[in-house]
Write a protein that binds this ligand. Structure first.
Ligand code: F6R
Length: 240
């Protein structure tokens, strides 16, 4: 591979604009693209920007896949990642929520829910775009270290690093201990990946991800082998 396309930006608005532009590129090429989208703090500005800048309805035919979900949290709970995906991406882009492939963290048979998700990805012909954030421990989705590239969509126990990082998402509420995540296998097979990384706290891990050894201990490091990776990173994260 020729290496990732690195888009280095100032923190804040420049970062959000570059993130939005990276996503808009796929929408311009393929308005019915299949996309998996991260929640978390990092992409929120980019999603807001995207919704403001796209012509009305331009994103509405996207086929959206949820990236991850806590186990046992109803979608109207403030912690629900489905709710967050809907508020931040699905509704602002006017995507039909019934057309979204959700990860059902309330399913009694969670293994079956994961297989249904993978079947839906396969039936859609795979993912055109994965918009991902970078976990403080190098996770993608909730593929916690160690995760190898063949890791399937599954239930995972969240690491201490993820529990600490996610505690701020819904202040005052416990972070659930387990989650369903799209597998590294489907994420790495996406035809294009946009990795969004911001803030000084991500400096060490973004460098390990892109410049360190490719290892299951830093699941995101497998992106080094991806043929179509764009990393949008702000100077705080890149330079520390
Ligand atoms: C969120 C997700 C996580 C986050 C990552 C970074 O759906 O799957 O992998 O993308 O933990 O989170 P932030 O952006 O809050 O630093």
């Amino acid at each position: 591979m020729s290496g990732p396309r690195l888009t280095l930006t100032a923190a804040g608005e420049d970062f959000d604009t570059a993130g939005a532009a990276a996503i808009a590129e796929t929408i311009a090429d393929a308005p019915t693209a299949t996309v998996v989208v991260a929640t978390g703090r990092t992409p929120m500005g980019a999603y807001g920007r995207l919704a403001r800048d796209l012509p009305a309805g331009a994103g509405s035919a996207l086929r959206v896949f949820q990236l991850d979900e806590y186990v046992g949290v109803p979608t109207d709970d403030p912690r629900s990642l489905a709710g967050w995906t809907r508020r931040s991406f699905v509704d602002p882009l006017a995507v039909d929520p019934h057309a979204v492939v959700w990860l059902d963290g309330l399913a009694e048979d969670r293994e079956a829910a994961c297989r249904a998700y993978d079947d839906a990805v396969a039936a859609a012909g795979g993912l055109d775009l994965a918009v991902l954030g970078l976990g403080p421990n190098g996770h993608l989705g909730f593929n916690e270290p160690p995760s190898d590239p063949s890791s399937r969509t599954r239930e995972v126990a969240l690491s201490k690093a993820s529990l600490a990082s996610n505690a701020g998402y819904a202040p005052g509420l416990d972070v659930p201990r387990s989650a369903l995540t799209a597998g590294l296998d489907v994420l790495l097979a996406a035809r294009r990946v946009v990795l969004l990384v911001s803030g000084r706290g991500k400096h060490e891990i973004v460098r390990r991800t892109l410049e360190g050894p490719v290892t299951a201990d830093v699941p995101a490091s497998f992106l080094q082998r991806h043929a179509n990776l764009q990393v949008v990173v702000d100077r705080d994260a890149w330079q520390g």
